[in-house]
Design a binder for this molecule. Structure first.
Ligand code: 1BN
Ligand code: ZN
Length: 332
């Protein structure tokens, strides 16, 4: 009898877990390939805005995009007399994708968070902070199925990471990109996913506080369904000034997938490939690939969060109404 039960359970268990997993896409993403893209970027050396190393890295990104059949626009702009450029990868006859995926590819000019002050005037190599998100995007351009590609635009942002140095701002490239967006296209964009610092071998991804909650819920539940709840943590992290902000500011639902609290290598000379792993890139790559495939061709809307001012106003109006009712009651 016991043996019969055991056999029955063995037959039923795999079936039940299959029905719980509603996603039927099998991801093609290779963390090993992504890791190779990460190392290739670091081989150019530190890549601050305006540097020859960044120009060489840009050429590498363009070549990877074109080799996988993507159209490329290099969006040149100048900031503080430095030549900068975002790189846009798109597919199809029109540039009208509804899902945007971005990462910054520049690196911080100075390791000003390094515990050793002697390193503060050295540049950051940016294996995690710069190369990791870019590496995942470069592997996604390979694996995205052809029928999904017209719905996706990849953006590689320049000039994200020089804030507080020589009067530079943060997120300069993404701000420029959003300012250049056709206003008719903005309401048609359903999501923007930003990958930043996703390569550390001890990756922890709580929910970034400023991201659009409805879109974040979708990504974090997908990650949990795929068994990645120990990396995509169901807890609230900090609010981070990052390249998703300009998108949120014009009403585009946006999510920052970012390691938080930042790893100890952040803005130090220790931000090197040895601190990163193919496994971490694999997890994030699989989740983003599955999101893009399952949301392609379906018009999903991710309602924006109500701003805090809305709740303050609501509380104010309810308070005034209650006071009014109370005084009326008292005077009767
Ligand atoms: C993310 C990675 N950021 C920089 N490198 C954004 C940031 C801006 C983080 C200001 C902290 C402070
Ligand atoms: Zn940084």
């Amino acid at each position: 009898m016991r043996v019969t039960w055991a056999i029955l359970m063995l037959l039923i268990l795999p079936l039940s877990s299959m029905t719980m997993l509603q996603v039927d896409h099998i991801p093609e993403f290779s963390g090993t390939n992504a890791m190779a893209h990460l190392v290739a970027q670091c081989d150019f050396g530190p890549r601050p805005p305006g540097s020859d190393n960044l120009t060489n890295c840009r050429q590498y990104i363009v070549e990877v995009l074109e080799s996988h059949g993507w159209e490329v626009v290099v969006q040149n702009f100048a900031y503080q007399n430095v030549s900068c450029a975002n790189i846009i990868g798109w597919h199809g006859s029109l540039r009208n994708a509804t899902m945007l995926v971005g990462a910054h590819y520049d690196t911080r000019p100075l390791a000003d968070e390094d515990p050793d002050e002697a390193n503060h005037d050295k540049p950051v190599l940016g294996a995690n902070d710069g190369a990791s998100g870019t590496a995942a995007l470069l592997e996604l351009v390979r694996v995205l199925p052809i029928e999904v590609r017209d719905d996706v635009e990849f953006i590689f942002f320049d000039a994200e990471d020089s804030g507080y140095i020589d009067d530079w701002d943060w997120i300069v490239g993404s701000t420029y990109y959003v300012n250049q967006l056709d206003s008719n296209r903005i309401p048609l964009i359903s999501s923007m996913i930003l990958l930043d610092m996703i390569g550390d071998s001890e990756l922890r991804l709580p929910r970034e506080r400023g991201s659009t909650r409805s879109l974040q819920d979708e990504i974090w539940s997908l990650a949990a369904e795929m068994g990645y709840q120990d990396t995509f943590l169901d807890s609230l992290g900090n609010s981070i000034l990052d390249d998703h902000r300009p998108f949120l500011d014009v009403g585009i639902p946006a999510v920052d997938i970012i390691h938080n609290p930042f790893p100890s290598s952040w803005h130090t000379v220790d931000d090197i490939p040895e601190r990163c792993s193919a496994e971490s890139l694999q997890i994030v790559g699989e989740v983003v690939e599955t999101f893009l495939v399952t949301h392609s061709g379906v018009t999903t809307t991710f309602p924006p969060d109500f701003p805090v001012t809305f709740y303050v106003l609501l509380l104010g109006v309810t308070g005034v109404a209650a006071l009014f009712a109370y005084t009326r009651l008292k005077s009767e």
